[in-house]
Design a binder for this molecule. Structure first.
Ligand SMILES: C[S@@+](CC[C@H](N)C(=O)[O-])C[C@H]1O[C@@H](n2cnc3c(N)ncnc32)[C@H](O)[C@@H]1O
Length: 385
């Protein structure tokens, strides 16, 4: 590994004097749902949380005000059974997979490899200094130059040539498109690989047809992994654009024949309806943002709605369910808050609740040299054993 000898990479130095020609490109307009109105009152200081992130991270669609609440009238069910056993803390770690690895991080930035492209993006949790020399960072193919306003859109600066908006990637055998979006995202959240690998193993080992529900499913990589492993999948996201991208990913992998229902709807509304209908799922993945909006302006606020969401999810788990998996990011909370909520919600269900953090370990330029761990999110999952 090349050690740092010169100046450190950072927003001021990357692309500074002597750097290669650059082009700034603003990709796609904001999507239509997913985040609160521009510049809302800050509800907490997300940057200081254990898994703190920019509020705009991992949301497909920041956008307009509307005040319809998706908070259900439905009261929480009183549950008196024993709480499931617990396993804490569990750190689920990934060193990258397929076409992705984290090369280096530091100075509030991360340097990642996505297939042929090396990309620099903000990473508030990288408080340390980068390991690699500044010229390695400066040579990245694309650098996200978001304004420092957390709610702001950003531009991609291309160091050599202007790159296409999308490019092919593969993870866990699934083809999909990497994508330079306006909000620093690249069409996939690779820290989820650990959940997807777990889910794939469950589906393959089950030897029976499983039904998987992917709530807040974004570009559908998890849905495609589940369907390719043999499950019947229901994918729900509030963003028409994200659903369109998910369908593109399905077509790219020639997976159109696989049983996936793509549903553009508010997640709470959808699960409430499923509960009324008596629908059941064997595995539920839910990866909600802190704030979001349904297609009709329904408000999702994690701290208000998560207890209800888990309560309803429990009701739509099948009697032989294999897991309920929650990821939470960009919130000021310990994993214990989602852990204890999950245990309360799953009272009487037996099994075990395991909770902790999802981390990605730096893997160096070659993708094989483990170094520091970068925390990305909190998780809690109930499993029957
Ligand atoms: C962090 S992304 C999920 C990423 C996904 N788990 C993955 O790894 O590919 C959050 C998603 O929630 C969606 N969303 C936001 N508010 C929503 C709501 N009220 N109902 C359904 N989806 C919503 C956004 O459109 C976005 O795609």
């Amino acid at each position: 590994m090349v050690k740092q000898k010169e100046r450190r990479p950072g927003s001021k130095t990357v692309g500074g004097p002597g750097a290669k020609p650059q082009r700034d490109v603003r990709r796609d307009a904001p999507l239509k749902t997913g985040e609160p109105p521009a510049k809302p009152a800050r509800h907490d200081g997300t940057r200081s949380a254990p898994a703190a992130r920019n509020r705009n991270e991992r949301t497909a669609e920041p956008r307009v005000a509307a005040s319809v609440s998706a908070a259900p009238e439905r009261p929480l069910i009183v549950r008196n059974g024993e709480r499931p056993a617990e396993r804490v803390p569990v750190i689920l770690e990934s060193l990258g997979a397929g076409d992705f690895h984290l090369i280096d991080s530091g100075n509030g930035l991360k340097l990642e490899q996505y297939g042929p492209h090396r990309i620099v993006r903000p990473e508030a949790q990288a408080l340390w200094q980068p390991s690699l020399a500044a010229h390695v960072w400066d040579n990245a193919d694309a650098i996200f130059t978001g304004d420092t306003d957390e709610d702001g859109m950003g531009r991609w600066r291309f160091q050599r040539e202007v790159l296409g908006e999308t490019w092919p990637l593969q993870l866990l055998g699934i083809d999909f498109l990497g994508r330079f979006t306006a909000f620093r995202h690249v069409g996939v959240f690779p820290e989820q690989i650990v959940h997807w690998t777990w889910m794939k193993e469950q589906i393959e080992a089950a030897k029976r047809p499983l039904k998987v529900l992917n709530l807040f499913g974004y570009t559908g990589v998890a849905s495609l992994v589940a369907a390719a492993a043999g499950a019947e999948v229901t994918h729900v996201d509030a963003s028409k654009k994200a659903i369109g991208w998910a369908r593109e990913n399905q077509a790219l992998g020639r997976m159109e024949k696989l049983p996936i229902r793509w549903i553009c709807e508010d997640a709470m509304k959808f699960i409430l309806r499923e509960e009324r209908r008596g629908s059941k799922y064997d595995i539920i993945l839910t990866d909600p943002p802190k704030f979001g909006r349904g297609p009709n302006g329904e408000v999702w606020h994690l701290f208000e709605h998560l207890p209800s969401m888990l309560d309803i999810c429990r009701e739509i788990l099948s009697p032989k369910a294999l897991g309920l998996v929650l990821t939470a990011y960009s919130i000021r909370a310990s994993f214990y808050s989602i852990h204890e909520l999950m245990r309360e919600t799953m009272r009487g269900a037996g099994g075990v609740v395991e909770s902790g953090e999802l981390v990605i370990r730096e893997a160096g330029l070659d993708g094989k040299s483990p170094s520091r761990a970068l925390s990305t999110s909190l998780f809690s999952r109930w499993v029957p054993k």
